[in-house]
Design a protein around this ligand. Structure first.
Ligand code: CTP
Ligand code: ZN
Length: 154
């Protein structure tokens, strides 16, 4: 059945993060630094029916574009997300987030004894063993990080 109304309104200028894995909208807000106080309009939709994902979350941020570091973090928790840049109500750019095979510096190893958590000058590095559910393997100590270990760090 065709939708009779828009669930959330269109935005004029800003970013729409669409196709977020259901359950991760609040993690995405945390990644982009939207916590207790907000400047400008932010719209959050959770558990919206999606043709491809079953259910999805969505975040719309007026007047803001994302930094590439923020996009890299979103990819870890929502590997199917799309980042839509809106200018004057039109989608002027649409990018799918992507998870590289090797993740550097975005996350820290959860093993306190790992050399990457010491004073040694080594950068946290992980291999993506599995995309969904996420499994990252530390290059230095082999520790396995799963999706639930990650949002706590952001
Ligand atoms: N959107 C918005 N404000 C606008 C334009 C678009 O909030 N002025 C939102 C749409 O509601 C949608 C997303 O941005 O959630 C992407 O828009 P569009 O590419 O037009 O939608 P689809 O074709 O459905 O995108 P996709 O194929 O990525 O699902
Ligand atoms: Zn490690």
């Amino acid at each position: 059945m065709a939708e009779r109304t828009l669930r959330v309104s269109k935005i004029k200028d800003g970013t729409v993060i669409d196709h977020i894995t259901a359950g991760h909208a609040l993690d995405v807000l945390k990644i982009v630094g939207i916590t207790d106080r907000v400047n400008g309009i932010v719209t959050v939709a959770m558990n919206v029916p999606s043709k491809t994902l079953g259910l999805k979350d969505m975040v719309k941020i007026e007047g803001r574009e994302l930094k590439s570091q923020e996009v890299d973090k979103i990819a870890l928790l929502a590997p199917h997300a799309s980042i839509n840049i809106i200018r004057n109500y039109k989608v002027v750019d649409k990018q799918l987030v992507r998870l590289p095979k090797v993740i550097r510096e975005t996350v820290k190893c959860a093993n306190p004894a790992c050399i990457s958590n010491s004073k040694e000058p080594v950068k946290p590095t992980f291999y993506v063993d599995k995309e969904e559910p996420l499994r990252l393997r530390c290059h230095y100590c082999g520790y396995i990080m799963e999706k639930q270990d990650i949002p706590k760090q952001f």
